[in-house]
Design a protein around this ligand. Structure first.
Ligand SMILES: Nc1ncnc2c1ncn2[C@@H]1O[C@H](COP(=O)(O)OP(=O)(O)OP(=O)(O)O)[C@@H](O)[C@H]1O
Length: 289
């Protein structure tokens, strides 16, 4: 099946040697995502090129959305998005009926939702925070996510079959407050790709290209802070949000105008709930900066 994978990417995947891997990594970086390793990249692209759904699993601010956007660019596919919440329902997935006007006459028209749009146009569908939805909502699209690639629109009774280039990327942030464990039947329909935080030189690169911070010494200190925060999260000393790269990039930006300790306070410390965690991060920042 042709999933619109550009020739240069197909060639890279087929030859799979060091030089072509570097080319692929460069292409992805141009799209904005800095991959933590090559396996993650090759596995995600391979699965999508075969029309398989992928589930990006990783902590908050680890670049899942950026990765999905970069993949959709790589495949030259626009991307429709669904943001899951407890309020997500059939209408927000599939669309809804409304009253419109045709030749000055009232008519009932159907406004398609992101799932129907992506299926009919054969594009990418991004389902973010997939474990925030109520357990009974997403099974509505189980048929879309398996070999059937089909859904019966309950509002119009139309049977919709996805075009060949239709691809699904979902993202999950396990353990986040408000999330529910992902329904097994749903999880079963995805290839799981772990998306960890980037560290070391990769993170240095990202700070250099994505923030206003240019002072190399300060950048190195932020890279060290990030690695300490990630270790503390792994050891259970801090909640996951503390190590978010999104927050770190904010701190880097702010530190060009205000002292780095205060930038860390505003961007990272003050978002934490527990006093003990706040003190821990403040101490880390004070010893570094
Ligand atoms: N590996 C990475 N490559 C490029 N950008 C990254 C990377 N990791 C984090 N970022 C940056 O961090 C910020 C947050 O990324 P993004 O929104 O993609 O994270 P996320 O994992 O989807 O977060 P959440 O789970 O909170 O929705 C963005 O500015 C993004 O560019």
């Amino acid at each position: 099946m042709n999933y619109n994978l550009p020739d240069n990417i197909s060639n890279i995947l087929e030859s799979n040697n060091r030089e072509t891997n570097e080319n692929l990594s460069d292409l992805i970086r141009q799209g904005g995502y800095v991959p933590p390793n090559m396996d993650l990249l090759i596995d995600a692209i391979s699965a999508l090129s075969m029309g398989k759904n992928i589930l990006l699993k990783g902590p908050t601010g680890s670049g899942k959305t950026k990765f999905a956007e970069t993949l959709s660019n790589l495949f030259n596919q626009p991307m429709y998005s669904v943001n899951c919440s407890v309020d997500l329902d059939a209408e927000s997935l599939l669309g809804f009926k409304t009253i419109g006007y045709e030749n000055e006459k009232q008519v009932i028209e159907f406004i398609p939702g992101p799932v129907t749009n992506a299926m009919k146009n054969g594009t990418f569908l991004y389902i973010d925070e997939v474990n925030m939805a109520k357990p009974e909502t997403l099974p509505l699209i189980n048929g879309v996510l398996d070999y059937r690639r089909t859904v019966t629109n309950p509002f119009t009774n139309e049977i919709i079959t996805a075009k060949d280039d239709f691809n699904v990327i979902a993202a999950i942030n396990e353990g986040y407050i408000g999330t529910v464990p992902l329904n097994e039947a749903l999880k079963n329909r995805f290839i799981v790709i772990d998306v960890p935080y980037i560290e070391g030189d990769l993170l240095k690169d990202l700070i250099q290209t994505n923030t206003n911070l240019t002072d190399e010494k300060t950048i190195d200190l932020f890279v060290k802070l990030s690695s300490d925060l990630i270790s503390a999260v792994y050891q259970g000393k801090l909640s996951e949000d503390a190590a978010s790269i999104r927050a770190l990039l904010d701190a880097c930006d702010l530190s060009t105008l205000i002292p780095p300790e205060r930038a860390v306070l505003r961007s990272i410390v003050d978002k934490l709930d527990e006093e003990r965690e706040k003190e821990f991060v403040k101490n880390l920042a004070n010893t570094l900066f």
